[in-house]
Structures are given as structure tokens and as C-alpha cells.
Design a protein around this ligand. Structure first.
Ligand code: FRU
Length: 287
């Protein structure tokens, strides 16, 4: 068991399962609906807690009813909230249309809540943790959080998820040990395969471990020597729900590496775990 700090977002997800993706201006019925805790960091934290790590989440929780609901589900999943910052305001909400024909999830996200400040983060005794993971957002504050972390830890691994293109975010890569990218980010940068994308990122930002998930093709990783590994996607009978599959991959990777697996082994484990996730609804039982 490791003691892990996950910093980033917790969101209320309102998911409507539909039998086809709606046309614009269509009125349709959802076949089912569920409401629960989401957000990349919160999802990763829940799956790590299910793997029996002691896991704390750092981020902002609104003091409204949705914030209570999010807090309750994180706590019920065993995630520690000692470093959650409670602020007046509205919880971020994602309205997710889940196409049950192919598992695709279309997310409309609304947010009107301050981000976690570096001033709050820098109160956290980071040296206590065995692993520290950050969601790549709120770049100016994140840079200060990473600098504080580096100044206060010994040699614990620091990982960073870079999901979206954000001004200045890539420049933070040299501050961490492992970066997780998704296919969409590589494609946005003009790459049509993970290996050339990862080689390009290493050429730009240094010999840092990096991974890139690529949906039905599985995932790739590159180590500090530039050796590239590939793990094929798990064959699943039906893709049911892809919501949070990247967050689950990240949890699988952190779990495997924190428990002493090699990068290649960890990549296989994370890819398999993400494959199990897309074959089911929600995050329950992913361990
Ligand atoms: C899935 C997810 C959802 C959340 C959205 C936030 O990766 O974390 O749970 O609503 O992304 O952008």
C-alpha cells in the first residue's frame, strides 16, 4: 500500500444513457440516468483507493448540496478529504450523453468555482506521500504547486496528466517524472500514432517517462532511454461506457508503478484495467 496524493477536479456527473446519439434539436428519452461523482482526479483517486492505497484528494469542493454529495461519494470510496478546500459557490457539473450503442460519452461541462490555489496546496505536507499525481489544469498555480512539491519531497515520483491543450502546461513536463497523454492531445498536435508523438515530446521536454492512450489500439509508453512499449487494448464484448477510462488508466499505471512493477508491466496493467472499465458502467469494482 502506498500513500498517494491526487490533485485536481471533482465534479458532479449527470449521465443520460441513450440508444443513439441525438440530432441537434432532437427531443429524446434517456433509457437510464445516474448521477454521481466524476472529474479526472476524483475518478483516479477512487480507483486507487479501491486498489487499497491510502489516497488523499486535493481540490476545491463547493459548499452547496452537490459539493456535499461529491464529498460523500469520495469518502464512501475511501478517499481522504483532509486537503479539500471548501469554498462557497456552485459545484462543477458535467452533463454526459452516453451513447449505449458504442459507449461514446459526450461531455458538456459547466464550471463556476475557483480552482485550487497554490497558497492552499502549499499547506499540504507533501513529503508524507509516496506518490503525487496532478491533473494538468490551472497552469500558473500548478507551476507553483509543482515547485513546492519538488522543494519538499525527497525522491517520490510525481506524475502529471496532460489531457487538454493549455497555455504553458507542456513547459511543466520537466518538473515531473511521468506524464500521461490521451490520443486526442496527440492528434491535436498533428500526430496519427502514439509512438511518434511520444518521441517528439521527449525530444522537446526531456527523458521523462510518458504514456499515450489510443482507444481500441491500446496504449504506448516511453522510458527514459527512449524505449517504447505497447500494450494492446483488452478485447471486450461490448464497449458500454468510456467515461473516465483515461482516469482509470492513470490509476492503474500509478498503482502498478507504486507497487514496484516495471513501466512495461504497468502499461499492460493500466491498459487492461481501462479495458475492464469500458466494458462496464461506472467505476465500481475496478481493482
Ligand atoms: C471523465 C471525467 C468526468 C467529468 C469530466 C470532467 O474523464 O472526469 O467524470 O465529468 O471528465 O472533464
Amino acid at each position: 500500500m502506498s500513500f498517494i496524493l491526487i490533485t485536481g477536479n471533482a465534479v458532479l456527473d449527470i449521465v443520460n444513457g441513450v440508444d443513439h446519439y441525438p440530432q441537434e434539436d432532437e427531443e429524446m428519452r434517456a433509457s437510464n440516468q445516474w448521477v454521481g461523482c466524476g472529474g479526472n482526479a476524483a475518478n483516479t483517486a477512487r480507483v486507487l483507493a479501491a486498489h487499497r492505497h491510502r489516497c488523499d484528494w486535493a481540490g476545491v469542493l463547493a459548499t452547496n448540496a452537490d459539493g456535499e454529495r461529491i464529498a460523500n461519494s469520495l469518502q464512501a470510496a475511501g478517499v481522504g478529504l483532509e486537503h479539500a478546500s471548501r469554498q462557497a459557490g456552485t459545484s462543477p457539473v458535467s452533463c454526459i450523453t452516453l451513447n449505449q450503442a458504442n459507449g461514446s460519452r459526450t461531455i458538456v461541462h459547466y464550471r463556476d468555482l475557483p480552482e485550487l490555489s497554490a497558497a492552499d496546496f502549499c499547506q499540504i505536507p507533501v513529503e508524507r506521500y509516496d506518490w503525487l499525481h496532478f491533473e494538468g489544469r490551472n497552469v500558473a498555480e500548478l507551476e507553483k504547486m509543482l515547485a513546492y512539491t519538488r522543494d519538499n519531497i525527497f525522491d517520490q515520483p510525481v506524475s502529471l496528466e496532460i489531457e487538454k491543450q493549455r497555455e504553458g502546461l507542456a513547459a511543466l513536463i520537466p518538473l515531473v517524472d511521468l506524464v500521461m497523454f490521451p490520443r486526442a492531445y496527440a492528434q491535436l498536435h498533428g500526430f496519427s500514432d502514439a509512438e511518434s508523438f511520444l518521441r517528439d515530446q521527449q525530444a522537446k521536454y526531456g527523458s521523462i517517462w510518458m504514456t499515450c492512450t489510443w482507444g481500441e489500439q491500446g496504449a504506448w509508453a516511453i522510458d527514459q532511454l527512449g524505449v517504447v512499449f505497447h500494450a494492446p487494448a483488452l478485447k471486450v464484448e461490448q464497449v458500454v461506457d468510456t467515461t473516465g477510462s483515461g482516469d482509470v488508466f492513470n490509476a492503474g499505471l500509478i498503482h502498478a508503478l507504486a507497487t514496484g512493477q516495471l513501466l512495461e508491466e504497468a502499461l499492460h496493467y493500466a491498459t487492461e484495467l481501462a479495458g475492464r472499465k469500458v466494458a462496464q458502467q461506472g467505476l465500481e469494482g475496478l481493482m
